[in-house]
Design a protein around this ligand. Sequence first.
Ligand code: SF4
Length: 164
Amino acid sequence: MKRNLWNWKDLKWYVMNKNDLQISASGSERPYARTVCKTCMHHCNLAPGQSGICGARKNENGTIVCVNYGKITALALDLVLALIRRAAQTCHVEFTTLIVPGENDDPAQMEELAKWAGPDIPLHVTRFFPRYHMTEKDATDVQQVYRLANLAGKYVKHVFVGNC
Ligand code: SF4
């Protein structure tokens, strides 16, 4: 059954299915807090508790939150790389990689990334500082950032060092 419901959060009327309604404590029906994530082109329409196809964003009580902050996210990275590749076909794209000690400061990883990025996408190699949810790591050694940037320069025309 279709219902028209006014949503005060984004000030719009919605035509909703019965399954998209929830019953409040007072017994009245209100829209289920489905929320569209607009972070990327997929525009995932997420029910409460549901994650997007990237696995990195989730609807928590009607709010899209990032659930991978400070974590290593190979699944999301694949999606991000695919998006970068697609975006670079039609607009100017620059690429920033934050070098975290013990996570992605291996020269082999940088070489792989730089080869993948190719010569034309400018690459920013930036130094990490321990902040917020990731305070157990030391700040990245400045010389290591420069070493990795030099290595990337073998494959990428424009490499910039940041936070040093
Ligand atoms: S794939 Fe992830 S970032 Fe993109 S819209 Fe869906 S939930 Fe948001």
